[in-house]
Design a protein around this ligand. Sequence first.
Ligand SMILES: *Cc1c(COP(=O)(O)O)cnc(C)c1O
Length: 403
Amino acid sequence: MINETPPLLPFSPPRIDDKIIAEVTTALQSGWITTGPRVKEFEKRIACYVGVEKVVCVNSASAGLELMLRWFGVQEGDEVIVPAYTYCATANVVVHCGAIPVMVDVNANDFNINIQNIEKAITEKTKVIIPVDFAGFPCDYDELNHLVNSEKIKQKFKPETSVQKTLGRILILSDAAHSVGATYKGKRTGTLTDITVFSFHAVKNLTTAEGGAICLNLPAPFLHEDLYKHLCIKSLHGQNKDALSKTQIGNWRYDVFEPGYKCNMTDILAAIGLVELERYEDDMLLKRKHIFDRYTAAFSNDERFEVPVYETPTKKSSYHVYPLRIRNISEQERDAIIQQIAMQNISVNVHFIPLPMLSFYKNCGYNIQDFPVAYNNFAREISLPVYYDLTDEQIARVVAAIQ
Ligand SMILES: *Cc1c(COP(=O)(O)O)cnc(C)c1O
């Protein structure tokens, strides 16, 4: 019997082609490799694509989320509401600030944070809500924005810093690590709530190897131009002049107004991002939608499978993760299925292990039994490969393996 292993089918390799390599080479040859003209250009183009005035690039989404929690003055004793079903970064940044991540259960249909559960979890200590657009599918932003602006919820809010007093309510800091380019009622993520943070990590839809962007969309009287300058300084040790402005002859003196962080994006990374963004909407998103549609065509008429929601009359996904669920199976059976698929040299994945099941959070006292929907979604979930270079033949191989 011939037992030849088929070629490896990876889960989500980045799209690295000659164009990317040429742009990175040009950036290197320019002599300017850290934060400089390419980062500033990338920020402007993201702002233009999304539809906001100002975007700040940083070296990861995690850094961007933490920077904004710090800007809002989140500290010990505060509570920040997060979904129980997300990547650990969403809650870890809350812990870094000394605050408590208050986990809430998610929706059974679309995996996103449940608004009624948020309402029940709000206390006088709640400062921020971090919704996550799971798999690239936008959360219920109208309901969420309405909730934090309602008089009943506003009365509970106890502002402690001048920024908190200016906002006068709970901040919504959207973790849109998955959802660059997704839309809600025709508007792109970045414009849907106060602050939105994107991730450009290597596995994400739009990558710079590592990186992130903060979209500013606060209500009046916040001034985005001023906040943009403040955040550039805050992400560079609180130093009032960046390296580029210090290169002007004689312009060496600088000052530090607060002990800031060090999470600025580099021009080498922005060079990748500029190429990625230019071909994102009409190339990358179309390709990903094509893959999603193929999977759904293969699985939606088979009652063993529950296909994900990625388009409704009001919402359009960015097609980041295809979270297929298998009906009526246990976590152990799901794991066994993944083993069988792995034997065919196909990489699948699980998004995510719910936070209460991770040792750190379990040891903090969170219990997965309090999040039955998150557990049920997790136990039956298999994320299928989705990436630019995936061919129709490879899609067929994945489908056959799953079936
Ligand atoms: C990837 C991811 C992050 C973190 O992004 P980084 O850029 O790696 O810091 C945050 N939240 C979610 C939901 C993610 O999937």
